[in-house]
Design a protein around this ligand. Structure first.
Ligand code: BGC
Length: 884
């Protein structure tokens, strides 16, 4: 199909071409990508009404689901006679809550789906998938075990147990968790591919357990389990001032192995007084400081049956049950991802031997080494070299980030840490025996197993590098909790950073499960008065809470997750927490003005050294607080509307009006000038609709003047930056937004790129133009907050916009806005419904756009420099026209 349209005096060639072959063959309709609670085949589903999702593949355009049927059974061969059936005439294919008879705990359920569509077709049944329900408190018979009392040794405890299995095994599931970190082995093999388990949560409130199917690891006859424990976040150094033992001083293990024999009999092996404990090669491990491993102290075969326990093996101690709630793991586990080869060996002016891996990453080095027994190799980690080219670790503050390996003198051995991770690009090697061979050093990135969902590229290599840096900032700081930085003695779940970056994060990767898990901790660590800590899980001193723009993570992130993934459940779960946060603000406000307490303000905004014009980028902190108060109430109001809580809607509408009135009275002149004449002041006022409509455009113009007065530079910090370009775009200043994006000189997004950054920096000028560093006590080179420009790039450059009223990309607006000299841009996004794509190129004065819209969704396409609006259903589309 092709349409030739005359618009004004311009000849517009609008080719509307359908890529799919239509009607020639029978329609192919199928269902795939089945998930439960955002996970594929999860093994520990706690939600008593788990939610099912699937994606639809269709070979014709405009496909919408009209009904679904789900079959759930307890065997893989599900049929209509042995299954629970849920079905409905409904377009819903994302997060459908189970609503039949109660599910039984620790039970594996198999399920499949089929659907009908608006063309009258029926899909075949999907492939069978499964989910397993979690353990109820009463299902736990295992006992907490630890080493001798008190647990003061830095060495990692080893815990072991042998047991006999005398019948044919049908299935075996292991349920395990620890106070500290654990690595579990069965019959000489590590269980699972996960690291830093059981992950970091607000341990005092809840602790995750993991579930592994170990059927294939067990055998008839004698078997052995061996588990090694590390300090981790639980007992090790975390937070400030050398804080240790924050959650407890005793490392402990809880393990339950449930075996089902073919004859239907069951056997359960639990952690109890029959276990033995000793120590091995891990002499010390710490999240911040690294690990010391003495291979001479290995106990070969200790996780195998038949191992001879010597007199270092002592009975274990049984611990009292804690008050923490055990919860099934719901977020993605931390696993290994990309590997990096060592690129080159650098001899620094100081004489250090340093290896460059070419990418600032988070993980560790896998080292191969061979040498005389007792040889100690030390690997130190750093993000940058200094101006002179020397190894630079001052910005790590007190974090040592060093792994020490002591050789045992036999054959070549491979080393890697077990209970620590490092943030680095460069590694300094000391004590390596013989000639250093690059092939013996491999860096491996570890991060939560969040699937990559978005790709974004343009014709400009610097912007592509910026996107790369944003993604790597995300990878490095999504290590089980969203952290500020992954290298210095911090690595904490700073709420402000997380809320600033959450939307961008959701473009690059599937963070639905990751944030659902973390939000449970936001709620759990919320204070009784509703205030929200600076960091979650909270490991800071009393009083470290309630800062505007930080604590608002409690309202902002649930809303973002709802809009971006269509997860209404997250709103239900977090509603009380959101409400409590707003109630807290109201309780410390006077006359609806939030003008008390400590606030970080527009953290790390630009500070010119000497400005003769008297300008500054300092934004009044209470003014910022008032805008976030309004924002949080607005979001709460949105949620109350979605959840149909009529009384709350009324309440928060009235409150919002009062907050805005109080703001105008306190912070705006009658003509619309703000008390702080800064970019952030105008950005927040406009983004959160603080100003009367008739004064908004002139406020946007003041913002533009301010940007121009700084020579097309931004001056915003953590709170203003995420919204800066969005506000400019919204008020018609797309070009100014592009000027800021394309700015290569400090302060700007591309300045660090030009300086060779491979991740996002904490500060606009982490490395100054003369090569010197910013203040060492706060200068991380892997801090994602300023990467929050990412969502503007997907939304404005590529044009992918979610429609809030139809969340999760059930409806999309594709509205690319070319600019900044770009001649092409492509973004893909794997949404809850399937792949969405917007790709444009300007060639010989012709604008060409390719769009892919997933089945069961619709889109509106707004073409640039063209007032035509196309409403389309699912399918592939191509548009092209003269672009003048
Ligand atoms: C962290 C931040 C955080 C800030 C709050 C810093 O030390 O790295 O990113 O938001 O403190 O002031």
């Amino acid at each position: 199909m092709s349409v030739l349209t005359q618009i004004g005096n311009k000849l517009l060639l609008l080719i509307f071409s359908v890529i799919f072959t239509q009607n020639t063959f029978a329609q192919q309709l199928s269902v795939n990508n089945l998930t439960v609670e955002h996970q594929t085949n999860p093994l520990s589903v706690d939600n008593p009404v788990p939610r099912f999702s699937w994606k639809i593949n269709s070979s014709v355009q405009n496909t919408l689901q009209t009904s679904y049927e789900i079959r759930i059974g307890t065997t893989p061969s599900i049929n209509d006679n042995n299954a629970i059936k849920i079905g409905k005439n409904s377009p819903q294919s994302v997060l459908i809550a189970y609503n039949d008879k109660p599910l039984i705990s620790k039970t594996k359920y198999y399920w499949q789906v089929k659907i009908k569509d608006n063309h009258g077709n029926t899909s075949p049944w999907s492939a069978v998938q499964y989910f397993q329900t979690g353990l109820l408190p009463a299902d736990w018979t295992a006992k907490w075990i630890s080493m001798v009392n008190p647990d003061t040794s830095l060495k990692s405890p080893l815990m072991r147990k042998e047991f006999n299995l005398d019948k044919k095994i049908k299935s075996a599931m292991i349920y395990v968790t620890a106070k500290g970190l654990y690595e579990a082995n069965i019959n000489g093999k590590r269980i699972g591919n996960e690291y830093l388990s059981p992950g970091w949560t607000s341990y005092k409130n809840h602790l995750q357990y993991q579930v592994y199917d170990v059927t294939a690891s067990l055998k008839n006859g004698q078997n052995a389990i061996g588990v090694v424990l590390g300090d981790g976040w639980y007992k090790g150094r975390i937070g400030f001032e050398n804080q240790k033992n924050f959650y407890g001083d005793t490392r402990a293990l809880l393990l339950q192995l449930e075996i089902e024999y073919i004859n239907g009999e069951r056997k359960v092996i639990i952690s109890d007084e029959s276990w033995k404990s000793s120590t091995g090669a891990i002499l010390a491990s710490s999240i911040y400081d690294g690990e010391t491993y003495d291979a001479r102290r290995e106990k070969p075969g200790w996780t195998n049956a038949g191992f001879k326990e010597n007199n270092t093996w002592k009975p274990v101690r049984i611990l009292e049950k804690g008050t923490e709630k055990l919860i099934g793991m719901s977020g993605p586990a931390v696993v290994k991802h990309e590997e990096f080869k060592a690129l080159k060996i650098i001899k620094t002016p100081k004489g250090e031997t340093v290896i460059d891996f070419g990418q600032n990453l988070v993980g560790w080095v896998i080292l191969k080494a061979k040498g005389p027994a007792g040889t100690k190799i030390t690997l130190s980690h750093a993000e940058v070299l200094d101006k002179e080219g020397n190894f630079y670790t001052t910005n790590l503050r007190s974090a040592k980030q060093q792994n020490h390996y002591i050789l045992k003198g036999a054959n070549e051995q491979t080393f890697e840490p077990h209970f620590s991770f490092q943030g680095f690009r460069y590694v300094k090697v000391d004590g390596y025996p013989g000639l250093l061979n690059l092939a013996n050093f491999t860096a491996v990135a570890i991060y939560s197993d969040i699937k990559s969902t978005g790709k974004f590229t343009t014709s400009n290599p610097l912007i592509n590098q910026l996107q790369h840096n944003i993604e790597w900032g995300q990878k490095g700081n999504f290590v089980d909790v969203p952290t500020d930085c992954p290298q210095r003695d911090e690595r904490l779940g700073w709420t402000g950073d997380a809320q600033a970056f959450a939307k961008t994060a959701a473009f690059n990767m599937d963070v639905s499960g990751f944030f659902s898990k973390w939000l449970k901790d936001v709620k759990a660590d919320q204070l009784p008065n509703g205030s929200v800590p600076f960091v979650v899980p909270n490991v800071l001193n009393a009083g470290s809470n309630g800062s505007a723009g930080w604590a608002d993570a409690a309202t902002i992130i649930p809303w973002d997750m709802y809009v971006l993934y269509g997860d209404r459940g997250i709103l239900e779960t977090q509603y009380e927490s959101m409400k409590n946060w707003v109630t807290y603000i109201s309780s410390v406000s006077k006359n609806d003005l939030w003008n008390s307490g400590f606030h970080f303000g527009d953290w790390l905004f630009y500070r010119p050294e000497d400005d003769n014009d008297g300008r500054a980028a300092v934004t009044d902190k209470y003014m910022i607080a008032q805008t976030f108060y309004a924002h949080s109430v607005q979001l709460l109001l949105n949620v109350a509307t979605v959840l149909d809580k009529k009384d709350d809607v009324r309440l928060y509408k009235a409150l919002l009006e009062r907050i805005k009135t109080a703001y105008l009275k306190e912070y705006m002149t009658p003509n619309g000038k703000l008390v702080s004449n800064t970019q952030t002041a105008y950005v927040l006022a406009l983004q959160f609709d603080m100003l009367p409509e008739n004064l908004r455009q002139q406020a946007a113009e003041r913002l533009v003047q301010n940007v121009k007065s700084y020579g097309n530079h931004l001056t915003t910090g953590f709170l203003g930056t995420p919204y800066l370009c969005h506000v400019l775009s919204r008020f018609g200043f797309e070009n100014v937004a592009y000027d800021l994006l394309m700015q290569e000189k400090y302060p700007s997004w591309l300045y660090p790129v030009k300086m060779g950054a491979t991740t996002i920096w904490e500060r606009w000028d982490g490395i100054k133009p003369d090569g010197s560093f910013q203040t060492p006590n706060m200068n991380s080179y892997n801090h994602y907050a300023y990467g929050a420009i990412g969502d503007w790039m997907y939304i404005n450059i590529a044009g992918i916009n979610v429609v809030t009223e139809q969340p999760g990309y059930k409806a999309t607006i594709i509205a690319p806005k070319p600019g900044g000299g770009l001649t092409s841009a492509t973004a893909t996004l794997e949404t809850s419904y399937g792949l969405l794509k917007s790709s444009w190129i300007i060639e010989n004065g012709i604008f060409k756009l390719d769009v892919v819209i997933p089945a069961n969704t619709t889109a509106t396409i707004l073409l640039p420099k063209n007032d035509k609006k196309e409403k389309v259903g699912s399918g592939n589309y191509h548009f092209e026209y003269k672009y003048l």
